[in-house]
Structure formats: C-alpha cells, structure tokens
Write a protein that binds this ligand. Structure first.
Ligand code: SF4
Ligand code: FE
Length: 482
C-alpha cells in the first residue's frame, strides 16, 4: 500500500492536462484551489497507515490474500459492505468534505459482477481483463475515478439520436489492437486526484446505441484526455491565503469535465464494447453501490455540521434553551436515519455470480432518496441555530487589520470566555458546509450525485413489489377474488 506521502508524490509524476478558469494548470497538486481536494483523498491513505483504523481502512484481497486499502477491495461479505459505510463515515468526520475515492471502489465492484455475467452469457473474456487491472490497482494502491455521467444533451433523445454524436462517450474506431473513443464525462468527482479512470455507460442502451455501450480503463494522463475544472461557490476565497473565511482550509472536493479527444484504448483495457444489453446492469449496480456510499460519507459530514452547530450555540450562550436542544436532537435523529439506511442495505446484501457482494438495491435506493432530503433539513436547522451573522460577518482580513481588528473582536464576541476568532471560525465552517464550497458535496451532490431523486423512485417502484403487498392485504382481509 502507498503511504500518504507516496500518494502525493505519485500524483506529481502524472502529466495531467487541467484547465482552471481558462488557464492550463502547471502543478495541480499545489494549486490553492485544488490542493484541499487532494488532501481529502490523501486522508484515505493516511488513515490506512494508522493501526487504530486498520480494521475499517484495509481489507484482505480475494485475489492475492494480501492486505489492501479498502478502496481497492471487492466486498467479500455483508461485513465488508458494512465496514465500507463505517469507513466512509469516519472519513467524512475527518475531512468534512467529499474524499472522492469511493467512486472507483463502487465502479470496480459493479464491473466485477457485470463482466463475469457478460462472459457467462456471451463467451467474451472481459472478466479476465478486469481482474488483471484490479490486481495492478491493488498492488499500486491507485485512486481510480469511476466515470459514468455523460453530458447527455437533449434528455428526450437516445445517445445515437443526439444532434452531436459526442454528447455520450462512444467508440469511433475499432482497430486490431484496440478502440478509439470520443466524448466527455461531466461532474467527475476527484478526477484530478486520480491515477486511472474507469469509464462506464451512463444509461441502459438499445441496439441502435451499441457504439455507446462501452466500458474501459485508461491512465488519467492518457494522450487525448483533458479536464476542465468545475467552479464552486466561494472558491476564490482559497486564493486569499487566510484560514477563517474559507471555513475548511484543509479539505475539500472537486468535480471536473473530462474530455476524450479520440483516445486510444488497447483491448486489454476494454471491459464492454457493444454489449448494450448489459449497460443497464452496470449502471444500476454502480448507482446502487454509490447510493449506499452516501449513507456513510454524508453522515460523517453531518456529524461535523452538528458538532459545529452545537458549538455555535455554546458560543452564543444559548445551549441551554429547550428549542436549541430539541433542534440538535432532531439533527442527530435525521443524520442517524441516513446511517441506518446505509447499514441496512449493506447488512441485507447478497452474493453475486462472480462472488463479490451487492447491496440490497431497494434499501440502497431508499437510502439515497433520504439523502436527497435530510441533509437539507439538517442544514436548515444549522443555519437556524447559527444565526444571520454567519453571512454578514466581516472577513479574516478585517479581523487581522491593525485598526479595525479590535472593533471586530469587540462587537462580534459571544460568551466572554470564547475568543471572537473561534466564533468566526465555527460560523464560517457552517457557512462552508451549508452554502459555501462544501455545500456542493453536502447538499447539491446529495440531491443529484449517484442519480437524481426520480432515478431512485423508478428503482423503488420496480423493486418495491407492490403486487406481493396486495396479496398480503387480500389474505388478511380474506378476499378470495383473483
Ligand atoms: Fe465518496 Fe461521498 Fe464523495 Fe461519493 S460523495 S465520492 S461517496 S465521499
Ligand atoms: Fe458522489
């Protein structure tokens, strides 16, 4: 396994082509806007080095029997699925941000069972290729970006019907030695902090879309791949150099547009090419795993937000008020509800044909559906308790100013035992999480990441088994008509 320092060094060796605010970034690792997101991924390596976190952060490879980082592991039991959620909660608590590495873990777990089932049915050899990649990924302890979401153009049209054929990633050339792909993947979490990319189709495809039913891996710095970095609210505060106004100066997340400009992929790295009837299974399983993931990471971030809110109440001198206590209880209740969903879909998981474990899909979708709602209520309560000062407070530069700094200190104090600076820090953290850069991960990503709410409702309607429920009711009511 890589140490945290080795991870950072390995990123420096990559030759990524990244555009940020219209300019090519020379050194993404040290760029002040990107760096906090790198620190979050780095934490997935740092915690794996610590003896007290071994149980959650590492696992035993089913391929080699060696110890590997859990982010490179295929779940071998429901216990592994539960530990995954617990690990994500822990990392959410330590970073209060998106630590990005889960998408690759969810992608390998989906690819494992789907490539196996494809080979069984069609006589292809995708599973063997996939296993070769997985072995390397585990040995090198790579961070892999699971890339699913295409730009999608007109949502009412299939990939092959779009005015521009590149709005979904597709094969433009099949050669003896491999394929050439073109298109883009949008909202790519952690792309700039990844060693490799695992591309999957984004929707279930029909025969006319066979060229779009493509899955493969590529080095993140492969010829023809480039990235356009996504903006986050308040992101330029990171360029000011202070540590208060940013709310969370150490950690963050990022998303980027990933462009494939005629990228060559050798056959050994191709896991699906034209088998459109399996694209739906790959999408559903990846989404299922990632919906489970949110029952861990968002809960960990929720823990930090609840803690920050309780501190804000302490600093304001209102911690004993009954309604404040009750609101904090409500926040914990909502947060633990999400956790309960994450654990439930893990504990109810099942073995797939390839041998790894899949979550309970119905419960994973219920988990994610709750994630689209409850963090907003938790954030609302946090803002209620924090008060308006959270958004009207002067800046760190004002606090540091030799003339007006004293005035800021004097008038923005809460309880006299707590320095004004500490109060500002906690309010800025709440701002960061509920409407600043981290709200991207805590709120909007909770809404749209791993599929927007309607996608879960479709899955719930498919898997909820309403017919069986009607039969139960008929039996109890003694209705015998069919
Ligand atoms: Fe992991 Fe959560 Fe970020 Fe997804 S949103 S990559 S589950 S931390
Ligand atoms: Fe996500």
């Amino acid at each position: 396994m890589k140490t945290a320092a080795e991870y950072e060094e390995s990123l420096r060796k990559l030759n990524l082509k990244v555009y940020l605010q219209g300019e090519l970034v020379e050194n993404p690792v040290d760029h002040p806007i990107i760096r906090p997101s790198m620190n979050s991924v780095k934490m997935t390596y740092a915690l794996a080095e610590k003896s007290e976190y071994q149980e959650l952060m590492t696992a035993t490879s089913h391929l080699t029997g060696k110890k590997v980082n859990r982010f490179c592991h295929l779940h071998q039991s429901t216990d592994d699925l539960v530990k995954k959620v617990k690990m994500q909660r822990l990392l959410g608590q330590k970073t209060a941000a998106c630590f990005q590495r889960c998408v690759g873990m969810d992608a390998i777990n989906a690819c494992d069972s789907v490539t196996f089932e494809m080979d069984q049915k069609l006589g292809t050899n995708y599973h063997e290729r996939f296993n070769k990649f997985l072995l390397q990924m585990q040995e090198e302890d790579w961070t892999v970006d699971g890339a699913m979401t295409d730009p999608k153009g007109d949502r009412g049209l299939a990939p092959s019907q779009q005015a521009d054929p590149d709005l979904y990633v597709h094969v433009v050339e099949k050669r003896e030695d491999g394929i050439v792909v073109r298109g883009a993947k949008a909202h790519q979490t952690g792309a700039i902090n990844s060693h490799w990319i695992l591309v999957m189709p984004t929707i279930s495809m029909g025969e006319a879309d066979a060229d779009y039913a493509v899955s493969f891996v590529a080095p993140a710095d492969a010829e023809g791949i480039y990235y356009i970095y996504g903006r986050q609210s308040c992101d330029t505060r990171k360029l000011e150099g202070g540590t208060i106004d940013v709310g969370n100066s150490q950690f963050g997340g990022h998303e980027a547009l990933m462009v494939f400009d005629d990228v060559f992929i050798p056959w050994e790295n191709v896991f699906m090419c034209g088998e459109y009837e399996f694209s739906g299974a790959l999408v559903e399983r990846f989404a299922g795993y990632h919906r489970q993931s949110y029952g861990g990471c968002k809960v960990g971030v929720g823990d930090v937000l609840i803690g920050a809110t309780a501190l804000a109440a302490d600093f304001n001198g209102v911690a004993k008020a009954t309604h404040i206590k009750d609101k904090l209880i409500e926040m914990m209740h909502l947060n633990e509800t999400l956790y309960a969903c994450g654990i439930a879909c893990s504990a109810e998981g099942n073995k797939t044909a390839s041998g790894n474990y899949l979550i309970n899909m119905l419960l994973a979708n219920v988990c994610k559906q709750n994630v689209t709602r409850l963090p907003y209520e938790i954030a609302r309560l946090a803002q209620d308790i924090a008060g308006g000062l959270m958004v009207t407070m002067p800046s760190e530069k004002d606090l540091r100013n030799p003339e007006i700094g004293k005035v800021v200190e004097k008038y923005f104090v809460g309880v006299s035992s707590v320095p004004t600076e500490d109060r500002m820090r906690i309010l800025r953290l709440i701002e960061n999480l509920t409407l600043g850069t981290a709200a991207v991960g805590y709120l909007t990503e909770s809404m749209h990441g791993a599929g927007s709410p309607q996608a879960q409702r479709i899955m719930i309607s498919r898997q909820g088994n309403l017919a069986q429920k009607k039969e139960l009711a008929k039996a109890i009511a003694r209705i015998e008509t069919k």
